[in-house]
Design a protein around this ligand. Sequence first.
Ligand SMILES: [Cu+2]
Length: 237
Amino acid sequence: MRIIKYITIILFSIVLFSSCKKEKNDTSSNIVYECPMLCEGDKTYTEEGSCPVCKMDLKPQSQEISKVLETDISESSIFNLTSEWKTEENKHIYLKDLKGKTLVMVMIYTTCKAACPRLVADMRNIEAKVPEKYNDDLQYVLISIDPKNDTPKKLKEFAKENYMDDEHWTFLQGTEESVREFANVLAVKYKQISPLDFSHSNIISVFNSEGELVHQQEGLGVDNKETVASILETVKN
Ligand SMILES: [Cu+2]
């Protein structure tokens, strides 16, 4: 009887010991998490959570996972954003529907009397410098920071008034949340200062056909030579 008791104790300790060991092995596999948009560069976290910059869920940093995504959408692509938008034609789209084209993006609102008319002029100047033959492979996208007022109908009117109603121009209305999320990705800051006015950054961003950021210009009426060069380089690739 005593022997059986001892054997039981020994067996029990072995099981206990090996399960402890297993647990230890699991935690020592060192999973680290990072922002899928790499908002903070190489910064990693030891626990799950959301990026303090763009608020997207942190993704485990693992070579296996990035390999899988490589064939589809890269981790730093804006096509990972799952928000739904409405175009000036009242069409529902996701950002990943723009995949395959070089994207030139800016955030504006249609009632702006100060900076936005100049930002729109900058977009048109850039567009004018890019040969027309590339228009099919390009999309110029204007995202409203005032989704409450900038309805598809308003955006369509604005597009027409500004001679931006060709196929290669797109205007987007999101929700307050999706606009804020996208602004964080573009590093655009904006703030409503009165019912009809926002203060905002003036940034034009260029993305390649995979939705990865390749260039940004900041300011109004700045020399757009580099931006045009980056568009041409991206669209030819
Ligand atoms: Cu403005």
